[in-house]
Design a protein around this ligand. Structure first.
Ligand code: MG
Length: 390
């Protein structure tokens, strides 16, 4: 039996991971962490019986014990907060850590798992955006393997199997274009929360769904690709592909383009990361291209979707700028989801913050967390200045 830990088990990726674990049959979950959704967490614990679990705080733990009692299940060892996440990430028995928390909170726990030499099935792209250099350097040093669960990067990982890096011309990330692909700039600027959450192809958590609507998700993925595969910004392109069938592509120096295709279901990428280098029977169905009929492609529009350009800018500036971009985005998206700001304020707030950010070397946890905190505070101020206007 393979042993895994899951950070963020009650989220979209976490739940899909548990479905894959059930399907594979040769994998057990030794530790898992969730935030505050204790009814769901208790049901998962009762089914998968991990040895260690973690949740946000003491009141969550009390709720969890109460919920577990109703299943007649004995509570496992419970840890709390950031230290709990680290304990789950570095559980001595787990060989693979599925890093699926949302946002910056996953950074230090994922780094600890890397330092413990574990395989990382990485869904938490924000950690690489913030600290790509630190994490990839630590992975090389500690012999940890990072396998992308993000569908685009998972696709590129598959396209690059057996290829040589210096024979690659560029990476091509596909973007669905999100719910506003065909909307005008004016319509996008006034978009409601419900419209922004209505993603055409993928069922995901709220934060990433808003990131898909602004195209910041694709921007964060460009930065993620830079660190996962070692290509500079000018060798990473984005193409809009509304069907989400081609999950991404690699263009070789001889002009060959290798694409990975499949049904848009995250269980595929999760299973690939858990079983790599082996492939196993899937539980997600086959791709029926005849039924889909046609595949479309278009250039992304940076005027209507400025967040993508902001992410390229942050990547080119380097240092702590991507960490500041990520933190500003997390705050702005949170404020939009809380109905505190209008949709068009998301790129405005991020742009102002990276304009003001003085980038330093992103060579330590402290430097990265300092930039994250600085940008977060500034973004909160920017939100409160305009919140009343909505
Ligand atoms: Mg993705």
């Amino acid at each position: 039996m393979k042993a895994i830990s899951i950070l963020g088990s009650t989220g979209s990726i976490g739940c899909n991971t548990l479905k894959v674990v059930e399907h594979l049959g040769d994998t057990r979950v030794v530790a898992m962490a969730a935030g505050r959704n204790m009814p769901k967490f208790a049901a998962q614990i009762a089914q998968f019986r991990p040895e260690l679990v973690s949740c946000d705080d003491g009141s969550c733990a009390e709720n969890l014990e109460r919920e577990l009692h109703s299943y007649g299940a004995k509570a496992p060892r419970i840890e709390l907060g950031p230290n709990g996440l680290i304990a789950v990430a570095s559980h001595p028995e787990s060989e693979t850590v599925v890093s699926a928390t949302v946002g910056a909170v996953g950074f230090v726990p994922t780094l600890r798992a890397i330092e413990a030499g574990k395989r990382i099935a990485l869904a938490n792209k924000e950690t690489l955006v913030m600290a790509g250099e630190l994490m990839t350097t630590a992975a090389v040093k500690c012999g940890a393997e990072i396998l992308p669960v993000d569908s685009e990067h998972n696709a590129i990982h598959q396209c690059l199997r057996g290829e040589t890096k210096n024979e690659v011309r560029r990476l091509i990330l596909t973007a669905s274009g999100g719910p506003f692909r065909t909307k005008t700039k004016d319509e996008i600027s006034k978009a409601s929360r419900a419209e922004a959450l209505d993603h055409p192809n993928w069922k995901m958590g709220e934060k990433i769904t808003i990131d898909s609507a602004t195209l910041m998700n694709k921007g964060l993925e460009v930065i993620e690709a830079r660190w996962l595969f070692g290509f500079e910004a000018d060798r990473i392109s984005v193409i809009v592909h509304p069907q989400s069938v081609v999950h991404s592509m690699v263009e070789m120096i001889d002009g060959s383009v290798i694409a990975q295709m499949g049904v848009p279901d995250m269980k595929h990428a999760i299973q690939y990361a858990l079983t790599y280098p082996a492939r196993q029977e899937n539980c997600t169905g086959s791709l029926d291209l005849a039924k889909i009929g046609s595949l479309e492609f278009a250039e992304p529009d940076l005027d209507r979707f400025p967040c993508l350009g902001l992410a390229y800018r942050a990547l080119k500036e380097g240092g702590t700028t991507p960490a500041a971009l990520n933190a500003a985005n997390e705050v702005a998206v949170g404020a939009f989801l809380a109905d505190q700001i209008a949709f068009h304020r998301i790129p405005e707030i991020i742009s102002n913050i990276i304009d003001a950010h003085v980038s330093t070397e992103a060579d330590s946890i402290e430097a990265i967390l300092k930039a994250d905190e600085w940008a977060r505070e500034r973004a909160i101020m920017a939100v409160s200045e305009t919140a009343v206007a909505v």
